[in-house]
Design a protein around this ligand. Sequence first.
Ligand code: PLP
Length: 448
Amino acid sequence: MRTISYRLPQERALVTELPGPKSIELAARRRAAVAAGVGSSVPVYAADADGGVVVDVDGNSLIDLGAGIAVTSVGASDPRVAAAVREQVGRFTHTCFMVTPYESYVQVAEELAALTPGDHDKRTALFNSGAEAVENAIKVARLATGRDAVVAFDHAYHGRTNLTMALTAKSVPYKKNFGPFAPEIYRMPMSYPFRDEAGLTGEQAARRAISRIENQIGAESVAAVIVEPIQGEGGFIVPATGFLPTLVAWARSNGVVFIADEVQTGFARTGSWFACEDERIVPDIIAMAKGIAGGLPLSAITGRADLLDKVHVGGLGGTYGGNPVVCAAALAAFATMREFELPARARRIGEIATRRLRALAEEVPAVGDVRGRGAMIAIELVVPGTTEPDAYLTRAVAANALEQGVIVLTCGTYGNVIRLLPPLVIGDDLLEDALTVLDGAIRAAASV
Ligand SMILES: *Cc1c(COP(=O)(O)O)cnc(C)c1O
């Protein structure tokens, strides 16, 4: 594997308490200027970031196990991405692809056709955010099928716009008091091995959902089924083997568009380019964002040409979608992902982390489950001897890890999941150090 060189020292080094004085000052300014509804997971303000570290405004170097929510897989300042962006802004920042098109948009579409699962004829459209990609996938599915109903799952997260709020499962904080929501969205039970009845296979879990779909909606009314192959915000829920292929087969035989929301799982995160590959499923449309462009805001849908090309000219688009700066960043990020073999690195991160976390789970009964794939790893914390979620403990673990200079994120319908999403370019030593801190934080928080 190619060695990666870094601009910033790859170390955990604290020079103040966290948050430090400059972060505290910024927090005060923020309270007076930024809407309270915009939250932050950690109270430190970033000044620099590279590889596996974020350096804050007080000079503390923190280990980053969040990658800005699975975005900076190639690092937050990948030299190739930075150079491509600089080069592009020196020429033109925007023309609008819907006005004067340019090559890089076409190149990104060509790359996505090659990288995404399946060797069928594909088309791509570019947007700005994950939610926007999901919305457009649903638009295409509805237009192409002439049907209205969309099936989503328990624990799903698809975004914060009106349609994607309707698709998202969890009320607080995403939906509460933000309605009314878009109609014709139906929620079905997910496969959640840790919480399903013991022995329920993936195929049985899919049949459970399918029989409800057929009863409550009728297959002939369903435009699309949308699912995250591994659920992200809902708790890094890995469905039982067979769940996804059974759903895909049902969708195919009923003329239902199968949409994989790979906004969080995509671009090498799970050890493959896309998580769909792990069960050899080929979605009709795949929604992508987060890891796609080295931190710049780009999203995409790539799908069957016969579906996407049904949409009339002008039916898809947006002022900024596939902006030239962002396309340059994406093409550079793809090159870095290939050069440094990021799918293989994600698998290696997964091996290192799960080995240590499984050992911890043997000793700490509050660790109910360790799961995930590649560099998308979850620790579900429970009241010992039960499956009762322990959100309080989860917050305590994240706070304790942060105090020691490790950024970890939480997630889950019940708020009781610690999730690891390190940049895929993180070095082994730094990762090991972060895992040692996390191990200590879990033991300390669980013993009180
Ligand atoms: C983050 C996320 C989204 C929404 O993406 P935004 O860019 O925040 O709009 C949609 N789906 C999944 C699976 C996500 O993880």
